[in-house]
Design a protein around this ligand. Structure first.
Ligand SMILES: Cc1cc2nc3c(=O)[nH]c(=O)nc-3n(C[C@H](O)[C@H](O)[C@H](O)COP(=O)(O)OP(=O)(O)OC[C@H]3O[C@@H](n4cnc5c(N)ncnc54)[C@H](O)[C@@H]3O)c2cc1C
Length: 432
């Protein structure tokens, strides 16, 4: 016999993003009566733009590698991710009519290449479980009652003043990045008003503004197989005493404001401009696959083959035209004939190629950040249930928490895993 609605645990999920939709699936599968309150006109607005519209929904790498891609608070995520990992997410999608494929770097996408199919699969599953979704329904705050020193959630109040009772509330309002998708940081305000600490949110996986004007001159140029190193703050990069803040290899792009591309986005995860408003010094190695000796030998070969050539022409054999022009200018050798260049000058040119200094002044902000770093302090939540330690019945999932990761499907997997755990726990009712 199925339970009547009023006998079932009433759960309200705030936010119909990746984590909220998955939390609702998990709670309803456990028999709870679930309502999702979503402030915009549709579910999964952010999912729709993920992976350039293809949705890189998870990453099928092995679990040890997975942890290496989590930037903030990986340990907090252990239970959630081991409980519902990338394989299970892939199976979930397959079971709900969205076959998936694995591409380069173990990135997982829907076979259709349509992000909307991921949301459709979740919505179809939710329909089968009779979950109600109310759109245009922004939540103002979470209501909590205190009895005998124990705090317990009683429901939520919407912006329009409606009170909705609940046995448990799952906060899944996302971060602050791409606010046009509905993620405007409301969850931080709601949590703060309940006394939950919020680690200052900052844009992450975000393009970087640079001091150097030459970056803008190279606008549109993309470089593959380069190495980018970020110095620890207040450290002269040349000395390289300590391990750098970040060192990575890959592809980057020059833009009208500075630099972007996968390598730069990843580097941005490690640069805290709030703590270091003076900015960061970066070093770009244009030929990381070659040693200094190999580069110098290569230049020497070009010089010997064409001694009468201008050095601009020699450098042109090493790089795309616009980059070659810049390196020529910076080296001061541009107009010199190749034969006139001595070994010391070749060594200096080699150094320049291996260490082009770029000063990062800030980021492009939340409007262009793929994720938000910071958020609800994970110390306030039980990692085995996602329940708030001080408030029975309050759960959080996804980007609203102080968790973030590299690109590659890891951020969505965090949303699926924490959503799943929060939903299951909320339905099964755990007391603090
Ligand atoms: C351009 C872009 C590309 C990305 N690509 C990828 C990718 O390919 N792979 C990957 O893993 N990650 C990607 N990400 C990151 C990933 O999309 C997020 O980490 C993930 O969507 C977070 O899910 P969430 O459910 O926690 O929050 P969100 O998806 O932000 O959902 C939060 C929901 O809560 C709603 N909401 C907010 N406040 C309220 C309120 N007061 N009342 C009711 N509802 C409210 C919002 O409208 C929204 O629907 C990308 C992000 C961006 C911006």
């Amino acid at each position: 016999m199925t339970k009547r609605k009023e006998d079932r645990r009433q759960i309200v999920v705030i936010g119909a993003g990746a984590s909220g939709l998955m939390a609702a699936c998990a709670a309803a599968e456990q028999g709870a009566s679930v309502t999702i309150l979503e402030k915009t006109e549709k579910a999964g607005k952010k999912i729709y733009i993920t992976g350039k519209g293809r949705c890189n929904l998870t990453n099928a790498c092995d679990i040890q590698e997975f942890w290496g891609h989590i930037v903030s608070n990986p340990k907090f995520l252990y239970s959630a991710v081991y409980g519902f990992d990338a394989r299970q997410m892939m199976q979930f999608m397959e079971d709900n009519g969205c076959p998936v494929k694995i591409e380069r770097g173990d990135r997982v996408f829907p076979v259709s290449d349509h992000a909307s199919d991921v949301t459709k699969a979740l919505l179809q599953h939710l329909r089968g479980l009779k979950v109600q979704i109310r759109y245009h329904c922004p939540v103002q705050n979470i209501e909590v009652r205190e009895e005998d020193g124990v705090r317990r959630v009683t429901g939520v109040k919407t912006v329009s003043g409606e009170r909705i009772d609940a046995d448990a509330v799952i906060l899944a309002t996302g971060g602050r990045s791409y606010p046009s998708t509905g993620s405007e940081g409301d969850g931080y305000r709601m949590a703060k008003s309940l006394g939950i600490e919020v680690v200052k949110p900052a844009p992450s996986l975000v393009p970087v503004r640079t001091r150097e004007e030459w970056c803008a001159q190279l606008q549109g140029l993309s470089l593959k197989n380069v190495e980018l190193t970020v110095d620890r703050p207040n450290e002269d990069g040349g000395r390289k005493k300590k391990k750098p803040l970040y060192k990575g290899f890959g592809e980057m792009l020059f833009t009208h404001f500075g630099i972007s591309g996968p390598l730069v986005l990843t580097a941005s995860c490690y640069m805290d401009f709030d703590a270091h408003p003076e900015g960061f010094t970066m070093h770009l190695n244009l030929k990381p696959a070659l040693t200094a000796e190999q580069i110098a030998a290569r230049i020497r070969r070009e010089i010997d083959a064409s001694p009468k050539k201008k050095m601009a022409g020699v450098i042109r054999t090493l790089f795309p035209a616009r980059l070659a022009e810049l390196i020529s200018q910076m080296s001061g050798l541009s107009e010199r004939t190749a034969a006139s260049v001595n070994d010391k000058e070749i060594a200096e040119l080699t150094d320049l190629i291996r260490d082009l200094v770029i000063h990062a002044e800030g980021t492009r902000g939340f409007n262009e950040a793929i994720v938000t770093r910071g958020g609800l302090n994970v110390k306030a939540f039980d990692p085995s249930t996602m329940q708030c330690k001080g408030i029975n019945g309050l759960y959080a999932a996804g980007e609203v928490l102080d968790v973030d990761a590299h690109t590659g499907g890891f951020n969505l997997q965090i949303a699926w895993s924490t959503g799943r755990l929060a939903g299951e726990s909320a339905a099964l009712e755990y007391e603090n």
